[in-house]
Design a protein around this ligand. Structure first.
Ligand code: FES
Ligand code: FES
Length: 217
């Protein structure tokens, strides 16, 4: 028969549960706490110093000078850093072609070109657009000198309320620059980031095909 383990002595239990104390009155647990804190303090201070060194230059929240190049012209304003490119164009520079509809990067009504790429201007900060060449629908053509894409939208009756039209025209410019001879399927896919609540998609796709055939679109 296996021998029964000896019952633990009560005095041993008491020894285990009590933290050990040194003769100076500091327990082992207290010592570990103290040494842990003192080891952590210089580390945290060092990390904070590094973070401060690497901290980006903060601008705002007040107005700061912002300089944009829009349709080939330099435009300057004092803007809070939180101002979007769309709001700067519309409210500061009176370029109201780009429309504010969803204001959250969903509908495409605010589309402009930044360095020839279509972007939702409601989702770009003006302060971040300073180094780019920005083109709005006003920069493509004007009454009497319409851009071939604008003319194609008219010829194909490609708008009803017209609220989405500037965004579609600008998106079409970026699309045709990349796809000069698009298929209907490519047009459908390529303009998929713009929505028309009036549902004039058939006219718009016909307009894009016409513009693609027009030299200079
Ligand atoms: S207003 Fe910018 S995507 Fe709708
Ligand atoms: S024409 Fe009305 S939203 Fe497109």
């Amino acid at each position: 028969m296996p021998e029964k383990p000896a019952k633990p002595d009560k005095s041993d239990k008491a020894k285990e549960s009590k933290p050990s104390s040194s003769s100076s009155g500091v327990s082992r647990r207290d010592f570990l706490k103290i040494s842990g804190v003192s080891a952590a303090v210089p580390l945290v201070s060092h990390v904070s110093a590094l973070a401060l060194d690497d901290a980006p230059h903060v601008q705002g929240p007040g107005k700061v000078p912002v300089s944009l190049t829009v349709n080939g012209k330099k435009l300057n304003a004092q803007l809070e850093p939180r101002v979007t490119l769309l709001d700067a164009l519309r409210d500061q520079f009176e370029l109201t072609g780009a429309k504010r509809v969803c204001d959250r990067g969903t509908c495409g009504a605010c589309t402009v070109l930044m360095d020839n790429k279509a972007v939702y201007s409601c989702s770009v900060l003006a302060i971040d657009a300073q180094s780019a060449q920005i083109t709005t629908v006003e920069g493509l053509g004007e009454p009497g000198h319409l851009h071939p894409i604008q003319q194609a939208f008219i010829d194909n009756d490609a708008q009803q309320c017209g609220f989405c039209t500037p965004g579609f025209v600008v998106a079409t410019k970026a699309f045709l620059d990349q796809h000069p001879n698009p298929t209907p399927e490519q047009i459908k896919h390529g303009l998929g980031g713009n929505f028309c609540r009036c549902g004039t998609y058939a006219g718009m796709r016909a307009a894009v095909l016409q513009a693609a055939k027009t030299k200079g679109a």
